[in-house]
Write a protein that binds this ligand. Structure first.
Ligand code: NCD
Ligand code: ZN
Ligand code: ZN
Length: 348
């Protein structure tokens, strides 16, 4: 029987884009309302490449926390071809830095400064392994000969397997996984390797983006894949395997930049994030598995205590806002205007 209430330890978001200045007053409260901690992606313009820049960015985020919130942003540094083992040591010495984010150059939004030659960074990866600093990976190749739907699989074979062979102690998170290949890779890798899964990759496949018309608000990278890949993600997310945990990849873009001839990649899921995951776990008849996925496994992997506080969801229909007004204009959230079965219980 479906419960009418669900209490979880405060969840954490292990992959989040808050953007900067103009959007922080919108994005920080939206995530801080639900999540206790979040890994903050560094793909700003210019990117967050140094500990100093990350601490400044962190201060700008903290300044937007709602009254009384203890939301903790865990800062990721942007790995570039110029990152040095010294920066890795500085990051390791700072508790507010969680790791480095590898964007293959050109793979996604604001990735121009990303890595062009992974092998050339071997001393940096060696330092990360030695210092136990995690590497967070956008796992897609960008070469023109590879079809966009195969980019994740080819990245795993071409880059990740050799990288982990060279650095078996490297702690690595394959972000926003989208394929059966990624599920199998993470399952067969050592305990140092884990993955985040977004709501959109659990709830949708490429039909939801392309059938009956192009739906730009379902467009993100890595791109939604065919149904059998979605099925593999759905199964592993409810399996209780601790290597797979919540990372929304909430990534706002102005409505005008999504609904365009060349629309931006990214789904703004933060306004409905935990409700969307609850919807999915209910679809799978696995609501009892939501707490570990949302509030347990990620903290365990990164070596943080699980939250002592809790949040409660209520099974009552709730409509995702149709639009969110921001300083960069209206933003259409993921699942805008749709009804979900779960909402956050109002504190009495
Ligand atoms: N996921 C996306 O489609 N977009 C993200 C970048 C990313 O996580 O790859 C963004 O910053 O907009
Ligand atoms: Zn990414
Ligand atoms: Zn992302």
């Amino acid at each position: 029987m479906t419960p009418t209430q669900l209490t979880l330890p405060t969840p954490d978001d292990w992959h989040l884009h808050l953007r900067d200045a103009e959007l922080l007053p919108t994005t920080v409260p939206a995530s801080a309302e639900v999540f206790g901690r979040a890994v903050i992606m560094p793909n700003l313009v210019p990117p967050v490449t140094t500990v100093e820049q990350a601490m400044d960015y962190r201060d700008r985020i903290l300044a937007q926390r709602p009254e009384g919130s203890s939301f903790r942003p865990l800062m990721a540094l942007y790995l570039t071809q110029k990152t040095t083992p010294e920066t890795v040591k500085a990051a390791a010495a700072n508790d507010e830095i969680i790791g480095f984010k590898l964007y293959p150059s050109g793979a996604t939004t604001n990735s121009a400064a990303g890595v062009t030659d992974i092998d050339a960074l071997d001393d940096v990866f060696a330092a990360m392994a030695a210092e136990r600093v995690p590497l967070l990976v956008h796992g897609e190749v960008t070469t023109a000969d590879i079809d966009i739907f195969d980019r994740e699989k080819v990245f795993i074979d071409r880059h990740l397997r050799p990288l982990l062979k060279r650095h078996p102690d490297l702690k690595l998170v394959l972000e926003h996984i989208t394929t059966k290949d990624a599920v199998e890779f993470v399952c067969s890798a050592s305990d140092n390797v884990a993955a985040t899964i977004t709501p959109q990759h659990l709830l949708m496949n490429r039909n939801d983006m392309l059938v009956g018309g192009i739906r730009p608000h379902n467009y993100c990278l890595p791109i939604l894949k065919r149904r059998e890949h979605q099925q593999a993600l759905r199964e592993i997310a409810v399996s209780g395997n601790p290597k797979f945990f919540l990372g929304t990849d909430s990534a706002p873009h102005a409505q005008s930049r999504k609904e365009a001839a060349c629309g931006c990649a990214g789904c703004y899921s933060a306004p409905a994030a935990i409700q969307l995951y609850a919807e999915f776990f209910e679809q799978m008849d696995a609501l009892d598995k939501l707490a570990d996925f949302a509030s347990g496994f990620g903290a365990d992997f990164y070596g943080f205590p699980r939250a002592a506080e809790t949040m409660t969801l209520e099974r009552k229909p709730w409509q995702v806002p149709a639009i969110i007004q921001t300083a960069v204009g209206p933003v259409v959230p993921y699942w805008a205007g749709e009804l979900l079965n779960w909402q956050i219980a109002q504190q009495k």
